[in-house]
Design a protein around this ligand. Sequence first.
Ligand code: A3P
Length: 295
Amino acid sequence: MSQECLNDTDDLGMLKYKGTYFINDLTSVEWLDFIDNLEIRDSDVFLVTYPKSGTIWSQQILSLIFNEGHLRGTESIDNINRVPWIEYNMCNMDFDTRPSPRLFSSHLPYYLMPKDFRNHRCKTIYVYRNPKDVMLSFYHFHKILKGFKKQRSWEEFIDMFMSGKVFAGLWSDHVRGWYTNKKDLDILFITYEEMIKDLRSSVIKISRFVDKMLNDETVDIIVEKATFQNMRHDPLANYTFLSPNNFDFNKGSFLRKGTVGDWKNMMTVAQSEKFDQMFQDKLKVLPIKIFWDID
Ligand code: A3P
């Protein structure tokens, strides 16, 4: 399969593969073909998100739930080695020789998950977030992404986001793809806002879902290590370990504000209404609330 020409999106640093955009510098058609044939194990645990929905936060929580070594601070393994991405093999890991249970992160839409994923009922945690906050976080994220050559205005970025010309594709397609297949999956849906509102309960919810019974003290340690402030200063969790060839951390950071409703500081009433109209139409088949804040 050859890389499709992106025409008007040539300077965005994206690779289009089977209908979905990926960060070009971090993956390849060969790698995406390879992971399509990855052998899945029943014990695998997948953390799936649309970009900017709280992925690295959830990576931190999930890896701490599974790995007491990190709780004691005795290991020096960064987040992407603890919960590696499947579509972006930034740590050159041999997935086949990894001991079980393997934890994976992914922004893949459901239809691009490895073929064998459908033959197993592995645990999947799907974290989703108010798409207006996702869009704003995504806008800022492009400032640090070096492959994204020309910064777009906020207005232009809204058009990109609403037409799905961003990596991982259209937000509503991603959510719908995972949500409409939930009956075939062992999946937990949890929102970023829920995690902000009550981090401790969210940690317990995720740990119970993955059948890890934690004592109160362990939960306390995980919560402490997963707060925005602590993660921001934790070099193993804040993604500043990523290559300076791909990211310019002088222009921003993965942990930016970590709040709910920041979109209200950026979107005009007209932009917000247009956004509501489009995504409400696209997701009206789903029994989930589409626009939410904290309540
Ligand atoms: P903002 O840009 O709104 O601050 P992802 O990991 O999927 O790329 O998502 C990034 C978003 O999650 C950023 O949102 C980031 O600040 C937020 N985030 C990361 N860690 C967090 C934490 N511990 N608590 C709250 N938000 C966090």
